[in-house]
Design a protein around this ligand. Structure first.
Ligand code: KG4
Ligand code: ZN
Length: 363
């Protein structure tokens, strides 16, 4: 089954073709970084317009790279949420229109499920149950994955997402957008001994996170220095270490609480090498296996959507005729993916993202 994946939830246009037996056949990404950089952040209307400009040529390019014509496709998967509503509508309407014209099924994919399943693009050794840490620009969540598609939120950020905190602190330090990768670069020159920042919400039980206080702490620390390049690098280092430690402490807690020996970490912030290393150390100490996506599949991409779509389409799930896009969407509301069935979906399965949006906090 050749599945075309379309990702347009934020500021990257991502397209990929995935085949269950043959694997990932091609993937292409168009980043809007240059478009938004002068504004210091994403301008939603510009993002939507650029997805409109880029998506069809990118689909053509991705199919060419896979050596496929449109008519060879067996299904289409698009990101239906959570994300910027105008941006989502571009991928959703193109996905539905293409599927309709080709007479093939289409499925609406949850962006964070895409992230969560991304490590599976490179390994078949990862089987549920596992604990997943999702860290992106809009989300910070610890999830217990009982079965593929069966997700329980164990904890999440009560304010800023980690990626958001990275981006805001980067801005404070005078770095460009997107801030996360720039901050990581600067932190490499920082002295780890000079400042020690708090590890928020680790002194009390629970698996929730909070990063807005850490942001304020960072701002106050910066204000108390002369703001030299070395001051900034030391602050970037202290901030990154505090985040990495906090995430690691909560992951350790989640592994112990659930008695699960497998940890997945995914989402854009997982591209951060210091965080990857810290999670690796925790996993080793807890005798747990760690699964991380390769770097290019940490941040937004079409491959993870094509992959999640391939699983859901193979399980017989299909979206109805209505185009679906939702700014907020709770991962817990997804129907499970029943690999074995390959049969038409149970009631509810077909409309895998119908119904009212519930309580997704961010993005
Ligand atoms: O998953 P993603 O591409 O988009 C969302 O779903 O939000 O994540 C983007 C976020 C941004 O906040 C970006 O600054 C952050 O991931 N990020 C990083 C790094 N690379 C991307 N944060 C820290 N270190 C990085 N190397
Ligand atoms: Zn994302």
């Amino acid at each position: 089954m050749y599945v075309l994946g379309i990702e347009t939830s934020c500021d990257e246009t991502g397209v990929a073709v995935y085949h269950r037996e043959l694997g990932l056949l091609s993937h292409r990404l168009y980043s809007q970084v240059k478009l938004h950089a002068p504004y210091g952040g994403i301008v939603p209307e510009l993002a939507s317009r650029d997805h409109i400009r880029r998506l069809l040529p990118l689909i053509r390019e991705t199919l060419n790279a896979a050596g496929l014509s449109l008519t060879r496709l067996d299904g289409i998967a698009y990101t239906a949420g959570p994300g910027l509503i105008g941006a989502l509508l571009v991928g959703a309407s193109v996905g539905h229109s293409l599927a309709w014209s080709l007479g093939i099924p289409v499925v609406a994919i949850h962006h964070m499920e895409g992230h969560l399943l991304a490590p599976l693009l490179d390994t078949d050794k990862l089987q549920p149950p596992f604990v997943a840490l999702l860290i992106s620009g809009g989300h910070t969540q610890l999830i217990q994955v009982k079965e593929l598609g069966d997700y329980q939120v164990l904890g999440e950020s009560v304010d800023d997402a980690v990626g958001e905190a990275f981006d805001k602190v980067a801005k404070m330090l005078g770095l460009g957008y997107p801030g996360g990768p720039e901050l990581e670069k600067l932190a490499r020159q920082g002295d780890p001994e000079r400042f020690r920042f708090p590890r928020p919400m680790t002194d009390r039980p629970g698996l929730d996170f909070s990063f807005s206080g850490l942001k304020t702490f960072t701002l106050n620390t910066l204000a108390a220095t002369r703001g030299t390049p070395q001051d900034k690098a030391d602050i970037a280092r202290a901030f990154q270490d505090a985040v990495a430690d906090t995430l690691a402490i909560k992951c350790r807690r989640a592994l112990r609480q659930t008695h699960i020996g497998k940890l997945v970490a995914a989402g854009g912030v997982c591209a951060n090498q210091a965080i990857r290393n810290r999670l690796n150390t925790v996993a080793e100490r807890e005798n747990a296996e760690l699964f991380l996506p390769r770097h290019e599949f940490c941040t937004d991409n079409g491959a993870m959507i094509a992959f999640a779509g391939s699983l859901r389409l193979s399980a017989g799930q299909r979206a109805g005729a209505a185009i679906q896009a939702r700014a907020r969407w709770n991962l817990e509301d997804l129907p499970p993916i029943d690999h074995r069935s390959g049969l038409p979906p149970r009631a509810g399965g077909a409309e895998c993202c119908s119904g009212d949006a519930k309580t997704e906090r961010k993005k």
